[in-house]
Design a protein around this ligand. Structure first.
Ligand SMILES: [Zn+2]
Length: 79
């Protein structure tokens, strides 16, 4: 994974894109806090905006899945 980060201008860019691709709005936020912006959760991330907390049930993407998704969005290592 570390060599992949080098392909991005900065770690900040990398995190932004990762969130863009994998992030989904917390379903509990949407249900309980409809007026607030739902927290964007990445796989396995915990939302603490309410109780009980909600953890995104998706497993962390494997490096292969990650690379494929990033490439599909034009963020392949070739850039
Ligand atoms: Zn939430």
């Amino acid at each position: 994974m570390s060599d992949m980060i080098d392909a991005f201008r900065s770690l900040k860019d990398y995190k932004r894109v990762k969130r863009l691709i994998w992030g989904v709005p917390c379903p509990v936020c949407r249900e309980k806090l409809p007026k607030a912006n739902a927290k964007i959760l990445e796989p396995g991330q915990l939302c603490r905006a309410h109780k009980p907390f909600y953890r995104d049930p998706r497993p962390e993407p494997t490096d292969t899945e990650f690379d494929a998704r990033m490439a599909a969005h034009g963020w392949g290592a070739g850039l």
